[in-house]
Design a protein around this ligand. Structure first.
Ligand SMILES: [Zn+2]
Length: 144
């Protein structure tokens, strides 16, 4: 993508690449780890979730507002609009099909907008913990 991006777009793009550890992602991860929840980051599940809680059969995606078209913050790019919209609409379509694929394999899928974490890490953590604890009951997990 050498000539299609302005420097600003490029640096934004780079910061959003999977596995690049955005600030929000790291913050959420650390908080959950400190509460004793263990997860994996590397995985080959559909869509490569950001966090995988294997024993809880739960995955988390942290979605950037631009790349996943958050309805509160997404702004249509003014240049190369078609290129960007194709790309972004492709992401959104893939998000849906990945959700379905994961659910059909019995995974609980949590999607968190990056803006939610920025607004309140605590609320985001609480939302995740609620699902994990529900899964603990459903799956009869003792301690993990
Ligand atoms: Zn947003």
């Amino acid at each position: 993508m050498s000539d299609v991006l302005t420097p600003e777009q490029r640096s934004y793009c780079m910061s959003q690449i999977k596995g690049k550890n955005t600030k929000s992602e790291v913050a959420l991860r650390k908080a959950l780890w400190s509460l004793g929840y263990r997860y994996r980051i590397r995985n080959r599940l559909p869509g490569r979730p950001d966090l995988v809680f294997k024993s809880f059969r739960t995955v988390i995606f942290i979605d950037g507002c631009f790349w996943h078209k958050c309805s509160d913050h997404f702004v249509q790019p003014k240049t190369r609009t078609e290129f960007w919209m194709n790309k972004i609409n492709g992401n959104v379509a893939r998000d849906h099909s990945n959700n379905e694929a994961l659910k059909s394999e019995g995974w609980q899928v949590i999607r968190i907008w990056e803006h939610e974490i920025k607004a309140s890490l605590e609320d985001s953590v609480a939302r995740v913990v609620e699902v994990l604890e529900e899964q603990r009951n459903v799956l009869y997990l003792k301690d993990c």
